[in-house]
Design a protein around this ligand. Structure first.
Ligand SMILES: [Zn+2]
Length: 155
């Protein structure tokens, strides 16, 4: 285990432009493109890390959402807290996809994210569409669990 890095390492990776999006210049996730920040000890999503620097801890089950359309943006003025429901609506507006995910529990979603089974096997196991499995794995639905999952992974 390393020591947490000084937060200057975080700021070095943010391109700050007044009254505009602050682009994350460091690593990114695959699928939904979020910035990833590794502080020497654990991994964070860059926009969530920024929100926490400015506002403190993120309440459970809340997502850090963007008012801009740019998920790599870390400008705290473009970030807001939303419930999973708002996150889903936000995402649907952006992607225009239906996400009938009410059958699943949070633990099911965690299982799907950790599983190496095929989309097909998981769709049979949970009685959901393959498209829905794909959406979960891409963070297009159940965003708050996806974020939790990404932060628990080591990249
Ligand atoms: Zn922005």
């Amino acid at each position: 285990m390393g020591k947490p890095r000084d937060s200057s390492f975080f700021w070095e990776q943010v391109e700050i432009i007044e009254n505009a999006c602050w682009m994350w210049k460091g690593s990114r996730t695959t699928g939904v493109e979020y910035g990833i920040y590794y502080d020497g000890k654990r991994t964070y999503l860059a926009h969530r890390y920024m929100w926490q620097i400015v506002n403190g801890d993120i309440p459970r089950k809340m997502c850090v959402l963007h008012t801009c359309a740019f998920l790599l943006c870390c400008n705290p003025e473009h970030l807001y807290l939303g419930t999973a429901k708002i996150a889903a609506q936000d995402r649907m507006k952006r992607r225009k996809q239906k996400s009938p995910w009410s059958k699943l529990t949070e633990d099911d979603v965690r299982y799907i994210l950790r599983s190496s089974d095929s989309h097909y096997d998981l769709s049979l196991r949970f009685d959901i569409s393959m498209q829905h499995v794909r959406q979960i794995r891409n963070g297009e639905s159940w965003l708050w669990i996806y974020e939790e999952y990404l932060e628990s992974e080591s990249f």
